[in-house]
Design a protein around this ligand. Structure first.
Ligand code: PLP
Length: 393
């Protein structure tokens, strides 16, 4: 008899949507670990450092109360929205109305999907950075849109080539995804770039969706695209506590935009989920009140780790630019490798160290690799030793 479970047809919208690269690779790494390999994983960007102790205290104290366990409002608790507004004013110099221009999210990743589901009709086009965060592509496809990749190159400081874009037919383009500090390249934004993007969005009637989770990491001047005068006419910005507050597993992010955009996106989001657990929201509000010492202390650790990663990359004969922001190092592989995949597999199978191949972020990343700074100095030193030992053979 036919096994019904095997023949279940998935929805068409999943065609071409593969399993997320990391979930597949993690399974392979688990398999290698079972064989006793003890792989050092320098792939995933999940902060290993803890949040501020006061944040955990708020969660503990609040969750012990009896009246905090009910459903929460779809727009987040006022205390959290006020904390986001204060954070944006303090660090980015941006005024946001906490009642109308701020929408707390369960991480910024879900915001990417919400934006696509809110605005895209079947066949609408979306500009996607290549290389860039793979979720932009899958969210657009799941929402029925068509991805139109735009290439970022080292020669152009990993910025969009506006002249080339202007020569293409942009009439069907509804959204453009951008992300600075850029992941995976670590490129910082300039004010001029943000101004150009706002002008480009206005000229072509394109919503500029700026994903901004890395602005505090290895960067002394956090910047928001919403600081550009008139940006709210065309910009939606996503932000997150995952990286800057070491709270990736807590799932707290935010969407900032004009009142009309927030209302439109809420029409979709309020049908998908309900408000976050109140103690999590109150603890997140506490995290946002951190002063400069907090960011300095986190960055001091990343800076020390970056030195180690630079040593590892030099061993591998890779080229990289100084001053990258965010929690990764992006580096060009030597010519002897066909691609970053080849280098990654060679090091995984021979030195038991996993490094992300740049190609998973798009074809323009094929000649690159990305090393995460979310490992202790000890682990990074051990990785260096293992690679040295392998290269000696
Ligand atoms: C560019 C970019 N955007 C968004 C995210 C997701 O962040 P969050 O944890 O807020 O969903 C990541 C996480 O790796 C990322 O690299």
């Amino acid at each position: 008899m036919e096994n019904k479970n095997e023949s279940m047809q998935t929805a068409k919208r999943l065609d071409g949507i593969g399993e997320y690269y990391f979930s597949k690779k993690l399974r392979e790494i688990e398999e290698l670990n079972k064989q006793g390999k003890n792989i050092l994983n320098l792939g995933i960007g999940s902060p290993d450092l803890p949040p501020q102790p006061e944040v955990i205290k708020v969660l503990q104290e609040e969750s012990a109360k009896l009246n905090v366990h009910a459903y929460q409002g779809y727009k987040g608790t006022p205390a959290l929205r006020a904390a986001f507004a204060h954070w944006y004013k303090t660090w980015y110099g941006v005024d946001l109305n906490p009642d109308t221009e701020i929408l707390p999210l369960i991480g910024s990743k879900e915001g990417i999907m919400h934006i696509c589901m809110t605005y895209l009709n079947e066949g609408d086009e979306v500009l996607i950075p290549n290389p860039g965060y793979p979720t932009y592509t899958s969210a657009v496809k799941l929402a029925g849109g068509i991805t139109v990749p735009y290439v970022l190159t080292e020669q152009n400081n990993w910025e969009p080539d506006f002249a080339a874009l202007e020569k293409t037919d942009l009439s069907k383009v509804k959204l453009m995804w951008v992300n600075y500090p850029q992941m995976p390249t670590g490129q910082l934004p300039t004010t001029a770039l943000f101004e150009q993007l706002v002008a480009f969005g206005k000229k072509h009637n394109i919503l500029i969706c700026h994903d901004n989770p890395y602005s505090f990491i290895l960067n002394e001047s956090p910047a928001s695209m919403l600081a550009v005068p008139g940006a709210k006419d065309v910009v939606i910005e996503l932000n997150s506590l995952s990286k800057s507050q070491n709270m990736a597993g807590w799932r707290v992010g935010v969407l900032c935009a004009a009142k009309e955009r927030v209302e439109e996106i809420l029409r979709f989001k309020s049908n998908m989920d309900s408000g976050m657990f109140l103690p999590v929201q109150l603890a997140a509000a506490k995290a946002l009140a951190a002063d400069k010492d907090w960011y300095d202390s986190v960055n001091a650790v990343y800076r020390r780790r970056r030195n180690k990663v630079e040593a590892l990359l030099q061993l591998l004969d890779c080229n990289f630019s100084a001053g990258q922001a965010g929690m990764f190092m992006w580096a060009k592989i030597p010519a002897k490798y066909k691609s970053g995949y080849e280098l990654s597999d060679e090091i995984l199978y021979n030195a038991s160290v996993f490094i992300t191949p740049g190609g998973i972020f798009g074809s323009a990343g094929d000649d690159y690799i990305r090393v995460s700074l979310c490992s202790t100095e000890e682990k990074l030193s051990e990785s260096i030793d293992r690679v040295k030992n392998y290269l000696k053979k």
